[in-house]
Ligand binder design. Structure first.
Ligand SMILES: Nc1ncnc2c1ncn2[C@@H]1O[C@H](COP(=O)(O)OP(=O)(O)OP(=O)(O)O)[C@@H](O)[C@H]1O
Length: 155
């Protein structure tokens, strides 16, 4: 028996709200039965992105390097938190970009559609924006301390 609370959408023909989905997600092929299984599927997503998306791999390696550099340069806890959040944001954007690409490809297959182009371009732009923010964070938190470290050896 579906729960009473339902997502609704306006029916333009008669002006009434009609149910489009229920809380127990009747439209889903499968729903994870437990938190542990949910984590398993989430990890499968990370693994898929790492194996198939070159940009995701690059961001994982750059992010790992940035955290290592932050520890080496003794960033304080707040600075490390900012670096960590920034890396997490970039990786999350990459994962969402990959998910959206799959949904678009599932929908339009190999045909050209202007809305598919907009969706993919905007998802890629979200990755670009988060990457630029990450460069700003690295420039203000990591580079000055790195410069202080290497400067004496240059003169
Ligand atoms: N079905 C489509 N219809 C219209 N344009 C498309 C379609 N599929 C892809 N494109 C265009 O090609 C570009 C590249 O597509 P792709 O699927 O490689 O996405 P991407 O975000 O660039 O991939 P990645 O993040 O892996 O580099 C898109 O940004 C979009 O402009």
């Amino acid at each position: 028996m579906p729960p009473e609370i339902q997502a609704q959408t306006p029916d333009r023909a008669n002006g009434k709200l009609v149910p489009i989905a229920t809380l127990n997600r009747d439209l889903s092929w499968q729903v994870a039965p437990s938190l542990l299984v949910s984590f398993k599927y989430a990890w499968a997503g990370v693994s898929y992105a790492f194996q198939t998306q070159r940009n995701f791999r690059v961001h994982v390696f750059v992010g790992t390097f940035a955290i290592g550099l932050g520890l080496f340069l003794h960033l304080d806890a707040v600075e490390m938190a900012i670096v960590g959040l920034t890396i997490g944001a970039v990786l999350a954007m990459e994962l969402l970009n990959t998910a959206l690409e799959s949904v678009v490809d599932l929908t339009v297959k190999q045909s050209y559609h202007e809305l598919a182009k907009i969706a993919k371009d905007c998802a890629a732009a979200a990755v670009l924006v988060s990457s630029l923010a990450a460069i700003c964070v690295a420039s203000s938190l990591l580079l000055p301390k790195l410069w202080l470290l290497v400067e004496p050896h240059l003169l």
